[in-house]
Ligand binder design. Structure first.
Ligand code: ZN
Length: 389
């Protein structure tokens, strides 16, 4: 299995080369429309058929269009026809993005240079590599897409890079429970919470309500600013938490599959706006995935059934076992912070998944020796210092 990522590079080019690329795009999209029309009229999306029918006439009519760009256009047109099952005619605009295959787009990620075929010969562009993308420098280069932003008069190259999926080398597994009060709790007894994030959210919720009731134009603008600031704050927090979790000495991170209906209804009941929570949970998941991938670790999704009702020591499942923050097993008397109990259940379901056992059985053996640690929280996350004004 392999993983693909697309990185977006901002190209720096002299004016005359920009013109060459604009002309290439315009012509490419014109040709695209012609090829798509042919496939649509003749009810085919076969690359071979379309190639034989259109290639030579296009070469003759537009000799300046490099033939490998033309092949790329044909492929994209056929794929576009296929994706709409030939029911609609796909159309490109003058500056729609165009595909460059490897032969016509010579990228050097290390040096930050690329040469692109154009109607006026090859053009050379440079690009800065954002820090965040440095991890992809040694990945395999796949296809690239050139896009043009008219307002900025700027070209972007979207490069797809591929790496064979790093199979986790070990089977040490950590379970992570995500929540509102505790943003994340891990099965090795770490609590990631922040009174700060709660305060920030409460403050923004208050401000939002105030501004919404005003409803003026400036209130609306202010509202947008506020939600942007709040998102940036949450993003920063999610970065810190995911980084800390992935750095822990485990190979596999197990989390609940949030698409599950059970989790959705659990989230719904909580007072904060669901939209923000969902968005924030998914973001934390994304960040953990990226970071795990880069560290040669993996993230697995588990069925969230029973994670909050099941005793992580004896496996007994009972709704009344959980009361707010505390979990108390009516069968064996085991007590634990409810989120930590959930995190341990997530880890044990993940363990079974790794060895290929059926995981939906209510009684999941847990061979860890549990000590009563009560509701003692370890504030491993409290020194966060983003200022919010
Ligand atoms: Zn129990």
């Amino acid at each position: 299995m392999s993983v693909d990522r697309t990185i977006k590079l901002k190209l720096e080019l002299p004016e005359k080369d920009k013109d060459a690329l604009k002309q290439t795009m315009t012509l490419s999209n014109h040709v695209f429309n012609g090829i798509a029309q042919y496939g649509f009229d003749n009810h085919t999306c076969s690359k071979v058929t379309v190639h034989h029918a259109t290639y030579y006439s296009i070469r003759e009519k537009y000799p300046e269009l490099p033939c490998s760009i033309l092949q790329g256009i044909r492929d994209v047109a056929c794929e576009a026809l296929k994706s709409v099952e030939l029911k609609r005619l796909p159309k490109s605009k003058q500056f729609s993005a165009i595909r460059y295959n490897k032969r016509v787009c010579n990228i050097n990620l290390q040096k930050g240079t690329v040469t692109l075929a154009s109607t006026k010969g090859r053009v050379k562009a440079t690009f800065p590599i954002p820090e965040y993308y440095r991890r992809y420098l040694d990945w395999d280069l796949k296809t690239s897409t050139l896009s043009y932003n008219r307002q900025q008069d700027t070209f972007y190259l979207h490069v797809t890079v591929r790496k064979d999926s790093p199979q986790a080398s070990g089977d040490r597994i950590i379970g992570v429970d995500r929540g509102i009060v505790n943003i994340a709790v891990t099965s090795n007894n770490k609590f990631f919470n922040s009174s700060q994030i709660k305060n920030v959210r409460a403050k923004y919720a208050y401000l939002r309500a105030e501004l919404q009731s005003k409803g003026t134009r400036s209130a609306k603008r202010k509202l947008r600013e506020i939600s942007g600031r709040e998102e940036r704050f949450v993003k920063d927090v999610n970065h810190c938490i995911s980084k800390a979790i992935v750095a822990m000495p485990y190979d596999v991170v197990a989390i609940e599959d949030l698409n599950s209906i059970r989790v959705q209804s659990r989230i719904k009941g909580i007072e904060f706006t669901r939209k923000l929570n969902n968005w924030s949970f998914y973001q934390l998941e994304q960040f953990m995935r990226y970071k795990a991938e880069a560290a040669g670790k993996s993230v697995i999704m588990i069925d969230p059934r029973y994670t909050s009702q099941k005793c992580s020591r004896c496996g007994h499942i009972y709704k009344g076992n959980r009361k707010g923050n505390s979990f108390h097993c009516v069968k064996c008397g085991f007590s634990l912070h409810a989120d930590l109990n959930a995190a341990r259940n997530i880890a044990s379901v993940g363990k079974l998944m790794l060895v290929g056992c059926p995981v939906n059985q209510p009684n999941v053996a847990c061979n860890e020796v549990e000590a009563y640690i009560g509701i003692e929280t370890e504030h491993s996350y409290k020194s966060h210092s983003t200022s919010v004004s």
